[in-house]
Design a protein around this ligand. Structure first.
Ligand code: FES
Length: 327
């Protein structure tokens, strides 16, 4: 029997267990409210958690993907939180009921002779599911887990007990931090077909991206997911109002400074699916038929942004006076 999925693709789960994993980090074990199996997922997948009315956050699943009776997520209490992680930590305890989406995967593993997993802080969660999958299938891989200190290293005991423990190296800012260029040079020389997966805060991601680019790593061998979006929706110096025009109706709406396209369209009764509202998840992707978007998201690749035929209305703006949208 599978868990009941509501009309809008959501399902109700119960928090079976909440555990302290590290300083400021809790894990939540979710089971279906009716005790049935949950929808299957693959390593790298995340779920939307409806933390409170109007507050939806994405969390990666970090339990072994063959498990069907539970989802496990890890939540860092972020002092800069816009409410999501704080509400999770303060209001969601064992026994609570949550509405979640079925898992989606924008960060899947691909076939590769070797995989390297680079985790920055709580960005470990999708990579932990990947390590479980790679280990279970006997694939060649290694994992490097960077945190500020041992006290801030979530899931450390689980990793140390895992069958893949010997393939994981822990690195802390204070002691033995990761020599990333040396690692990338070694892999490039010895294992040029390696695919690299990295997840963490923006600074960590940018560091890995820049180091890999400098050392000539092909983009298609790099796979990344940001944890915690940059202030994608914050107004930037030089922002200007612009118009969005809807191809279906010809209706035109002005997007003022300080508001997003998504907010303006929503206020006008035009529905665009959205989730993170931070330019991270890709849910709101909308086709651009004319005009030049000002991409502010962290979801599209540089090549996809340069094509200018799709954009994320939850955070991106416009370089041209008008954007014609396929809505
Ligand atoms: Fe997530 Fe726009 S809603 S990228």
């Amino acid at each position: 029997m599978s868990a009941a999925i509501l009309d809008d693709g959501l399902l109700t789960v119960r928090v079976e267990r909440r555990a302290h994993e590290a300083e400021g980090i809790c894990s939540y074990e979710l089971v279906s409210a009716d005790g049935a199996a949950l929808p299957a997922f693959t390593a790298g997948a995340h779920i939307d958690v409806h933390v409170a009315p109007g507050l939806v956050r994405q969390y990666s699943l970090c339990n072994p993907p063959h498990e069907t009776q539970r989802y496990l997520i890890g939540v860092l209490r972020d002092p800069a939180s816009r409410g999501g992680s704080q509400a999770m930590h303060e209001q969601i305890h064992a026994g609570a009921t949550l509405v979640i989406s079925a898992p989606r995967n924008h960060f899947p593993l691909v076939d590769a002779p070797r995989s390297v997993l680079l985790a920055g802080g709580i960005g470990v969660t999708p990579l932990l599911a990947m390590a479980e999958t790679l280990s279970a299938t006997g694939a060649q891989f290694e994992m490097h887990y960077c945190t500020r200190s041992p006290e801030r290293t979530a899931f450390r005991e689980r990793i140390e007990r895992a069958p893949f423990a010997a393939q994981v190296s822990f690195h802390h800012d204070s002691v033995q931090s990761l020599d990333l260029p040396a690692l990338l040079v070694r892999l490039r020389q010895q294992e040029p077909g390696t695919h690299i997966y990295f997840c963490g805060p923006e600074g960590f991601i940018n560091h890995v991206k820049a180091s890999a680019a400098t050392l000539g790593w092909p983009e298609h061998q790099l796979h990344l997911e940001y944890f915690g979006a940059a202030a994608a929706t914050a107004p930037a110096a030089g922002d200007q109002p612009f118009d969005v025009k809807l191809a279906s109706s010809g209706a035109c709406h002005t997007v003022p400074v300080g508001a997003t396209v998504l907010q303006v369209l929503s206020a006008a009764g035009v529905f665009v699916p959205a989730s993170c509202e931070q330019g991270v998840c890709g849910t709101c992707l909308t086709r651009v038929l004319d005009g030049v978007p000002d991409h502010r998201d962290l979801y599209l690749t540089e090549a996809e942004q340069a094509a200018n035929d799709i954009f994320t209305p939850c955070c991106s703006r416009s370089r041209s006076a008008t954007l014609l949208l396929d809505l």
